[in-house]
Design a protein around this ligand. Structure first.
Ligand SMILES: [Fe+2]
Ligand SMILES: [Fe+2]
Length: 189
């Protein structure tokens, strides 16, 4: 899969978790909030790792403009990691914990948006489809190594089953996704 599509799929899975967190908070369901946060923590850890290990170093060579956005991206990852570290030290469900999770969600939403709207179009314009496909394969292999969801987890599932799962996982844009996009976005483990 194209690297940019694979990373966008990760973003949408995390957006689904953000939405589930907000719903759990509205329902004052501390157990659900803690469960969803644990998934967010794991997904964000793997996603920032594969971007920093594989995707950013590759994209850096493409243009000065891309380089500048990547510098900013790395700082935004740093902010997310600091917040995740601080959240882990707080009592799940406590007011301070909820406040920090909400700030984390806002920071990551901003970062993912910037990648999709500013960084990815520039990378798409400066790279070949073959190269992006190759990087996409490397990203997927590393994700599998780190124990994160990959499209292979959805092998054998029908499109209808994937749509149901995407709905359960609050995946945004699911109604417009084809089978491959759904399989790349849901957590089918
Ligand atoms: Fe990122
Ligand atoms: Fe990203």
């Amino acid at each position: 899969m194209d690297a940019l599509d694979a990373l966008t799929a990760d973003h949408n899975r995390v957006r689904g978790l953000f939405d589930r967190f907000e719903k759990a908070e509205e329902a004052d369901d501390a157990a659900a909030m803690a469960e969803v946060f644990a998934k967010m923590d794991e997904d964000l850890e793997v996603h920032t790792t594969i971007e920093e290990e594989i995707f950013y170093p590759w994209a850096r060579g493409l243009s000065d403009e891309v380089n500048d956005i990547i510098d900013e991206g790395i700082e935004e990852h740093h902010v997310a990691k600091v917040l995740l570290g601080e959240i882990e030290g707080l009592e799940p469900g406590a007011d301070a914990w909820k406040a920090k999770v909400k700030v984390l969600i806002e920071a990551v939403e901003h970062h993912a948006e910037e990648e999709e709207k500013e960084m990815f179009p520039k990378i798409r314009g400066a790279s070949s489809a073959d190269d992006r496909e190759q990087i996409g394969q490397q990203l997927e292999a590393r994700k599998a190594q780190l124990g994160a969801p990959t499209p292979a987890d959805a092998d054998g599932m029908t499109k209808e089953q994937l749509i149901d799962l995407a709905s359960e996982q609050h995946i945004p844009g699911r109604s417009k996704m084809d089978r491959d996009e759904l399989a790349a976005t849901v957590d089918a483990r």
